[in-house]
Design a protein around this ligand. Sequence first.
Ligand SMILES: [Zn+2]
Length: 291
Amino acid sequence: MIQDIAPKKFYNQYRDEKCTAQDKVLIYDGRNVLLKRENNTRLVIPTYKEAETLMCVKKSEEYEEKNKEAIYLFAIDDTKYFLLNNQNINADKNTKWHYATVNETRQLLKKEDAMATATGLHLSTWYSVNQYCGSCGTKTVHDKVQRMLYCPKCHNMIFPRIAPAVIVALTHNDRIMLTKYAGREYTRYALIAGFNEIGETIEETVRREVMEEVGMNIKNIRYYKSQPWGIAGDLLMGFFAELDEELSDGIIHLDEEELSYASWMTREEVPDYKEGLSLTHEMMMVFKNEK
Ligand SMILES: [Zn+2]
């Protein structure tokens, strides 16, 4: 999965650090991230020094100013990553540089860099939408000790927001329920999934999502693993569950708002996308390879 980067280690604690020339910088344009092309093929996250060549301002005192705006994000082993949005960067005319989509980063980057760009996107979005206090509208200030923005006027404290969501591998004897999302860029088979809503337990989310998406009652809910999914700002929690035959006949009542397709599939029919990043895929493979 995206977080499985061992023996490398991910350190998410906030530190009050200044960006130096050799640190890596994540620069987002909407949901796309600026990457550097190496040897005409491989995409890598640039260092500050490399990205600086694209900045339109070069005078030394202004360099200092720009550098100060870099926000410390996290580290992977000894490599530090900084967020460098709102820069006057011109990458359009330089073929060495490329704003990569989320899907491209999943395919082209080393796993730790895929983890870094996804988690960076989560934080970048959070910083971007919290520049002003949601309570009184005053410009927020960065705390120096922890990852927190606060309002100097009304003292509102804002912490990163993580949305809990479930992925459900629903099985019935030797079959598993595979689905396809309606109206999304992602067109591969997926599992039943959805967000936890206010006031419900995560087990209730599992039951509700299965009922909403395919209209079935379930039993034997078992927790599998979780996954940080910064691309959507989520924490995904994976569960296996079985059809409750006493309450449901297994006939699919499709929620056409959410899904374009759902079907019971055998182990042989479950596709192997040879993809090592998502919890969904790992759970599909666990079922497929079960004896
Ligand atoms: Zn305020």
